[in-house]
Design a protein around this ligand. Structure first.
Ligand code: F3S
Length: 649
């Protein structure tokens, strides 16, 4: 039987286990990436594990989430990250140099390699045939030290692309169509492998828009085969020698198949406040638009800004709409400036912004109250833009630019009819990408060889091994789809404490219930209850680390997002699954005790545990965990577990 591309790459990197769906496998990691909000913990954990040198082919530390140095904490973090990269042997990308996925794609991503990153949109270079997976920081630290990365062998789904995109439909509409069909849970436990005749109609950067936003489907990763379009892109980046052909066997068997006919797509838009709340733009046409932003790791590349620049040439942004362009990398910014597009855009009324995540996580360009913001980003979770009750729409640069010209949502096809002289700018890739590499510091040019820690950088807290008895008050009962942004909000005034767990823990789940941090501290232990897809969103391990610091011993949820579940194990919190009936019956404030001896039960491979609620009724809680995850959680988390293993030799 032939193999899928995913199976081929996994087999090439397999260190432990067998490629059987659902089985745990350990794989070798070739490249790692980390960014500033997760990176400080990665390096503090790397240090706590007594590791002294990066073992992967490439390790890259980016500063993209919190680039504004509005007080000493961010600046200290950046200096610490630079010093850690220099000390341990990683590449360092200075603040403002660009968003990790874009800079990584431009400089390091390579077909057939494995990439592990402490950011949920790590799968972006899947568009270049790299198998890229997002994970928690502790997993990154271990992989960077040369350890295997463990993951459940995913299902592999064949997404067959047919036809060719019609005018005004874009790669963004391909992934929005996938979200419309599958929802934010549709990709959980799966790798989406794109095949079919439609693949060659898309350039490599367009493919990375699709693989980037596979994360919103909950997918473990998304990947394309490579071909002359990939080679053309790598050559334009000056990295043609890194091209290798990778793809599935002709008779590869997949777990499932989905067909998308590109020729049937039309401009789509995600309405507030979930990326799968998709409708054709025509259905929401006429909605007043207060703000438009072009940027992010999804659609912030040079090739994404170019259509906007062409559409705005000789035109102006509507007077009641603010328009911001934030190219995703300095290379893109530099090219746009050198080619004169920056001046054209400015003349049209565009406000240029730094190459950073910024508004994607509510840092700068926060929408006004009761207003509509249209963005080319990948997420529009409520409050993520920096204001509660926001109204954020997600779409292609073409749809966003049409909205900026008109001052209201409009299908660009209708705007073209209305204006008479507006043409579909199409997708254009330069023959050669230019731009300086001054902001990228390779290990051999490192400026520091010792760690520099400012006063806001605290040691990583450690947890004791799990008790035989766990349980306590259900301190919070939450709904479905609680995101990591709900657990530890991504706003700048909170994330600046990311290197200081005692301090940042004071904000844990405060967006769900602002009394929670204080109640949790006073209770000195307890449990959380949630509906489906708990912990979706980013890979932010603070979302497990902070509850651990506050004494949370277990989370009882109907289901968990993959990376967050791994993070819970990594920080010694037991992720139990409960059924809908049990979820409905439990109330906040109830006392939930696990009846069985937890240490023994977990260690012996037990899957079903009895819980007693208020000493009144009982139900079953499932623990789906590999042997290794069981050892990790009983040891109190991956840090004590890995240290313990190293001591045992
Ligand atoms: Fe940054 Fe937003 Fe992407 S936070 S990494 S631009 S999803």
């Amino acid at each position: 039987m032939g193999q899928t591309l995913t199976e081929k790459i996994l087999e090439d990197h397999l260190l432990d286990g067998e490629l059987e769906t659902g089985e745990e496998i350990g794989i070798e990691i070739d490249q790692v990436l980390t960014q500033d909000t997760t990176g400080t913990m990665v390096w503090l954990q790397f240090e706590a594990l007594d590791l002294d040198e990066v073992q992967t082919e490439i390790a890259a530390q980016y500063c993209d989430h919190q680039t504004y140095q509005f007080d000493f904490k961010n600046t200290d973090d950046h200096r610490f990250l630079r010093s850690a990269a220099g000390t341990f042997g990683a590449h360092f990308s200075r603040p403002g140099n660009g968003i990790c996925h874009n800079v990584h794609k431009e400089n390091y991503a390579a077909p057939g390699k494995t990439l592990l990153g402490s950011d949920s949109h790590t799968p972006t270079p899947g568009g270049l045939g790299e198998l890229a997976i997002g994970a928690g920081g502790l997993d990154i630290a271990v992989a960077m030290g040369g350890g295997p990365y463990y993951i459940e062998m995913p299902e592999i789904v064949n997404v067959r692309l047919e036809g060719e995109l019609p005018e005004w439909a874009t790669a963004k509409d391909v992934i929005l169509e996938m979200l419309r069909r599958l929802s934010v849970k549709g990709g959980v436990g799966k790798v989406l492998e794109y095949t079919g005749p439609g693949v060659e109609t898309l350039s490599a950067p367009e493919r990375t828009t699709i693989t980037n936003m596979g994360t919103e489907l909950g997918a473990t990763s998304s990947i394309f085969p490579t071909d002359e379009r990939t080679e053309e892109y790598l050559e334009a980046l000056g990295r043609g020698d890194e091209y290798v052909e990778v793809g599935p066997d002709e008779d590869a068997e997949y777990d499932d198949e989905i067909t998308v006919d590109l020729s049937e797509l039309e401009p789509l838009i995600a309405q507030p406040s979930m990326p799968d709340n998709i409708v054709p733009v025509r259905e929401v046409a006429g909605t007043d638009v207060d703000q438009v932003i072009i940027g992010s790791c999804t659609n912030g590349g040079y090739e994404d800004v170019l259509p906007t620049a062409k559409m705005l040439e000789g035109r102006e942004v509507d007077k009641k709409t603010d328009m911001i362009v934030a190219p995703a990398s300095k290379q893109a910014s530099e090219m746009l400036a050198r080619e004169g597009w920056t001046a054209e855009l400015m003349a049209a009324g565009v406000n240029f912004s730094e190459s950073t995540c910024g508004p994607c996580i509510g840092i700068g360009h926060v929408p006004g109250s009761d207003s509509v913001s249209v963005r080319t980003f990948n997420r529009n979770f409520e409050g993520r833009s920096g204001i509660e009750d926001d109204s954020v729409y997600l779409c292609s640069p073409e749809v966003a630019t049409a909205a900026a010209i008109k001052g209201e949502l409009i299908d660009p096809r209708d705007l073209a009819d209305e204006l008479g002289d507006l043409e579909d700018p199409g997708f254009e890739m330069p023959d050669q990408y230019t731009g300086s590499k001054a902001d990228l510091i390779p290990p051999e040019e490192a400026v520091d060889d010792d760690l520099i820690k400012g006063p806001n950088i605290a040691d990583v807290p450690l947890k004791e091994p799990l008790d035989a008895e766990i349980g306590g008050e259900a301190l919070l009962k939450m709904e479905d789809n609680i995101t990591t942004d709900h657990i530890v909000p991504a706003s700048s005034d909170i994330l600046m404490y990311r290197s200081n767990i005692p301090k940042i823990s004071e904000f844990t789940l405060s967006r769900v219930d602002d009394t929670f941090p204080e109640r949790a501290q006073a209770a000195d232990g307890g449990v959380l209850v949630a509906g489906e897809n708990y912990g979706q969103g980013s890979s932010r391990e603070h979302a497990a680390l902070c509850p651990m610091y506050l004494g949370i011993e277990a989370v009882f949820a109907e289901s968990f997002a993959r990376i967050h579940k791994a993070n819970l194990f990594n920080f010694g919190i037991v992720p139990y699954t409960i059924d809908e009936e049990t979820y409905e019956k439990i109330e906040q404030g109830d006392d939930i005790e696990v009846v069985d001896d937890v240490q023994d039960g977990i260690a012996s491979g037990k899957n079903e545990f009895t819980i007693r609620v208020n000493d009144d009724w009982e139900a079953t809680a499932r623990l789906d965990a590999s042997e290794r995850e069981r050892e990790i959680v009983t040891a109190g988390g991956k840090l004590p577990y890995t240290k313990q293993q190293a001591e045992e030799g």
